[in-house]
Design a protein around this ligand. Structure first.
Ligand SMILES: Cc1ncc(C[n+]2csc(CCOP(=O)(O)OP(=O)(O)O)c2C)c(N)n1
Length: 696
């Protein structure tokens, strides 16, 4: 192996040696502990250390890295205390994830390391978002994301590289081509000669290097980093290496021809570098032994600290509380002539729980102070959404809007029409057709203190971004304390003859996911207030806006900047015969029904927020009549109605004079033909269901 120090001082060469030795020696120790049953799982990076180490050492300490499961050298390179790393791997409370995550699935804001999710590919687009933040702040930095050869087959790899290229983002994508994805050799993974060929397809530069040569990795990253910053472009690096152990320790290596191990053993990145250092007389064998002895002692003493840590005692209140980031009051301040947002944790702003679900948290005083309702003006639903967005863009200079066709075109529903002129293209961003990458980028923006709003062109298309939402955005705070300050606008619902892929009600998919908030306004006033509240909320919020209401509903809307509290239902009207608990367009079905059937006295509750549910309001609404009908546009099976009905049965049985009934749409996809669609819709059975309840 040829090492070219390119004038690096001996001090740096030694530093790199210590940096590559540390993960090797930690791993050797971990393999012993694994055999002793003291840790449960281990993904080995032995043989590949030069990549993670070389990359990390070539970056600034505060440039974000998105590592994967074989990148111990990233974590050690960021100088994370070893005892805390050991506690992490033992699932201890004092690790980086309070015992909630295994192996390398954790991050640390302090160290600018973003925790991976098991799905691998979603890491890549987070780097896009971070790089976008650097670009918007005009910072001279890059973000780095890792992928294995297997991971390059994922759609997320394609989307992330494409977005980085189209948006000219300073991201370095590092592929560790170690020959196998679990047992799958590269000839069953891809058909191109080398993975770096893919760079050209995205319109970016790329290079293939020896990933076992630490000096080559270090030097390449240094140079590529300069290129990315100066040219504001992404870059792809394919590092050739080999996985010297099994995919994970338990799975063995029977499928790997033994001669490959022999071949790559000769290219061991640590041993080869040692040979070079000795040849160059940078370090003697005795020097190296002394360094190893020092590291060994350090590992042992840090392990002793880790073993001395108290065992974890589950605390349910803390578990529930940490699912969500506490509310913050955002205050704008000017630092060095540039704006910056100062987030202050709200006092007592955490979550409490009823029946195991999060309740709404109190808004902090500063946020309430921002609420000033002045006069009201009549507006359509669609205009209220637009107002909320405009005011939020004015309120938060760090808010970025992203979505397909939302810039000059104004979005499929014209909600962002004129925004480019007002706020500029940097903040009102047309996106390629890459929902997953844009959601990942939104999360990356959040890592760097930005707020992001993504417009799904239709709520139906969320399926191709589903993984990012339910696994990355939703879980990140619970997993390692990073928030996802992201709002996803979801133009939803049917009634307009748009067929199965432009009309679905898919809110229930998300209500089942801890970590998300789900809001669903039915009036222009709430549409504005809830969107403002969603944008202020530091957590990921899905904001459902019913397309059929956009231009059919008008109502009084307060003129100022105000919030409608997330987690609070609205009593629409009082009544004595039957309680209808509903939300979205169905609120208007209930009102119409009430108007056309004055013989019934209907008590109508608009849930407004589906996660967290307002259980107090539900209980009061049940008590008002003792007969409950839950009405929603979504299909019956697995809809919100089932959850609400179950909760009422468990907690409000004494109030009930009849079984809780649900009126929902048919358990079929939503059809195109208007007569079929009408037949599908819950409102076609509303009269029948009210009649059944009245008979009790
Ligand atoms: C979406 C998804 N599919 C499958 C897996 C299971 N899995 C975990 S790692 C892995 C192989 C990854 O190979 P590669 O990207 O080459 O990285 P390496 O493990 O070789 O470092 C697989 C199939 C997963 N984690 N996520």
């Amino acid at each position: 192996m040829q090492f070219d120090p390119k004038g690096l001082p001996a001090e740096t060469l030694v530093h790199l040696y210590k940096s590559i030795l540390l993960p090797r020696m930690i791993e050797e120790k971990m393999l012993v502990l694994l055999r002793q049953g003291k840790i449960s799982k281990w993904f080995s990076g032995i043989g590949q250390e030069a990549i993670a180490v070389g990359v990390t050492q070539a970056l600034l300490q505060d440039e974000w890295i998105m590592p994967l499961h074989r990148n111990l050298g990233v974590f050690t390179g960021r100088n994370m205390p070893l005892h805390k790393l050991f506690m992490q791997w033992q699932g201890n409370k004092e690790g980086y994830s309070k015992g909630r995550e295994r192996s390398f699935h954790f991050g640390s804001k302090e160290h600018h390391v973003c925790g991976m999710i098991s799905h691998l590919g979603p890491q890549l687009a987070i780097a896009d978002g971070v790089a976008l933040a650097y670009k918007l702040k005009d910072e001279q930095k890059v973000a780095v994301a890792f992928s294995g050869d297997g991971g390059t087959s994922e759609g997320d790899f394609h989307e992330a590289l494409n977005v980085a290229a189209v948006w000219d983002l300073p991201v370095i994508f590092v592929i560790e081509n170690n020959g196998y994805g679990l047992s799958t050799p590269v000839n069953e993974q891809y058909r191109c000669f080398s993975l770096v060929e893919k760079a050209r397809g995205y319109g970016m530069e790329g290079v293939r290097i020896d990933g076992n040569n630490i000096l080559e990795v270090y030097d390449t990253i240094k140079g590529v980093r300069d290129y990315c910053i100066q040219n504001q472009k992404p870059y792809l690096i394919e590092c050739m290496t080999f996985r010297m152990r099994g995919h994970e320790e338990a799975s063995g290596v029977k499928y790997v021809p033994p001669e490959l191990f022999e071949l790559w053993e000769k290219k061991d990145p640590v041993k080869q570098y040692e040979v070079f250092l000795q040849e160059q007389q940078v370090l003697s064998a005795a020097d190296m032994e002394a360094i190893k002895a020092g590291i060994k002692n350090h590992i042992e003493s840090e392990l002793a600290i880790a073993y001395g840590a108290a065992a974890l005692t589950p605390n349910t209140a803390e578990e529930l509380r940490d699912v969500y980031a506490p509310e913050v009051s955002s205050e704008l301040s000017v630092v060095n002539g540039q704006w910056s947002m100062v987030n202050k944790e709200a006092s007592g702003g955490g979550q409490s729980s009823v029946a195991g679900r999060p309740q709404s948290s109190k808004r902090c005083p500063a946020a309430q102070a921002a609420v000033h309702r002045t006069s009201h003006t009549e507006h359509r639903f669609v205009d209220a959404i637009q107002q909320a967005l405009r005011l939020s863009m004015q309120q938060h200079p760090n808010l970025i809007l992203m979505g397909q066709d939302i810039a000059e075109y104004g979005g499929a529903f014209k909600i962002t029409e004129g925004f480019v002129n007002e706020f500029g293209k940097a903040r009102v961003r047309n996106t390629p057709l890459c929902e997953s990458a844009i959601l990942g980028a939104a999360l990356g923006l959040s890592l760097e203190g930005y707020k992001a709003m993504m417009e799904m062109q239709f709520a139906d298309f969320v399926t191709v971004g589903f993984n990012q939402i339910v696994n990355n955005l939703a879980k990140i705070h619970y997993r390692w304390g990073q928030n996802a300050d992201v709002v996803i606008r979801m133009p939803t619902g049917g009634g307009v003859g748009a067929g199965p892929f432009h009309s679905q009600s898919n809110e229930a998919w998300f209500v089942h996911t801890p970590g998300l908030k789900v809001v669903y306004p039915s009036t222009p006033e709430d549409a504005k207030g809830l969107l403002i509240a969603a944008i202020n909320d530091p957590n990921p919020v899905l904001y459902f806006e019913h397309k059929a209401l956009y231009r059919s509903i008008s109502g009084p809307v307060p003129d100022g900047y105000y919030e409608t509290e997330i987690g609070k239902a609205r009593l629409v009207q009082t009544g004595t015969d039957i309680t209808i608990i509903t939300y979205g367009a169905a609120v208007h079905w209930a009102l119409d029904y009430a108007k056309n059937h004055p013989q019934y006295s209907l008590h109508i509750l608009d849930l407004r927020t589906l996660l967290p549910l307002d259980y107090d309001a539900i209980a009061q609404a049940v008590a008002a009549t003792g007969k409950v009908l839950i009405l929603h546009e979504d299909s019956l099976t697995g809809g919100i109605g089932g959850e609400v009905a179950a909760w009422i049965a468990e907690h409000c049985f004494n109030y009930l004079d009849a079984p809780v009934l649900r009126c929902a749409s048919l358990d079929t996809p939503i059809p195109f033909n208007m007569d079929l669609e009408k037949n599908f819709m819950a409102y076609s059975r509303l009269g029948e269901m009210v009649g059944r309840l009245m008979e009790w």
